[in-house]
Design a protein around this ligand. Sequence first.
Ligand code: HEC
Length: 241
Amino acid sequence: MLTLKTLTAGAAFSALVFVGMSAISSTGRAANDRHAMNDNNAAQDEKQMIQTGLAVASTTGIVLNMSNKDPDMVGLGSYLVNVAIGCNGCHTASPTSEYAPGGNPYLLPGPQPPLFSGHEQINAKNYLGGGRDFGAFGPDTHIVSRNLTPDKTGLPEGGNTLTDFMQIMRTGVDLDHAHPSCSATVTTNCLSFPFNGDLLQVMPWPAYQHMTDRQLTAIYTFLSAIPCLEGGPGEPAHRCG
Ligand code: HEC
């Protein structure tokens, strides 16, 4: 009797599971048919971001170093860096050097550079190399975007660990101490009152701090896959080795 009860209950349970599963999959299919791009399926949304991220990275002309990297994280990172946020818009020296000749979509159309050829093309030689000047914040100090490419250690933005990177993105702390606050004793290479010289200025970390660990890790992974570039404020000579 006991055995029979258990068996019956078990059979009823698996029948329920079976009905439930087919109900889910047929609703899923129906939703997919109606809105292929809006299926309220987070895993599917991320898959699309990863694919778009990898596709966009391949149009930049940069060669990614995928060795020992999770391709999904590189793709998601590329989506955040290149599609959703556009880090290169600030982390490249100037609007003219951001794009290759003929590749700047903001220009009037025309056959010859500096006009727009109709085909957007990033200038890979400056990609995330930093150097954009955002003007004076101190007596002799301008805020200039930093070089985010890996150095010879292979770690992103000049050898920072993932822990360092998360701290920078979440708190805005300037681990390089490039520009302390001006004071009675610090009068050069400093930020004027009331700017906090310990924190990154201009850089939108107050927004980025809300990203998830997975999103920040993806950005970090993508930044470790891009090629090293020389130059940028505060960078040593021959940083690429
Ligand atoms: C609105 C312009 C802007 C955007 C967009 C931007 N940054 Fe920045 N970022 C800056 C500036 C300017 C600095 C240097 C600030 C300073 O010196 O106070 C900086 C500094 C940084 C630093 C510190 C570098 C170091 O060596 O410690 C990191 C890391 C960084 N940015 C990453 C990113 C990433 C990743 C993105 C895209 C998700 C991004 N930034 C988007 C302007 C920007």
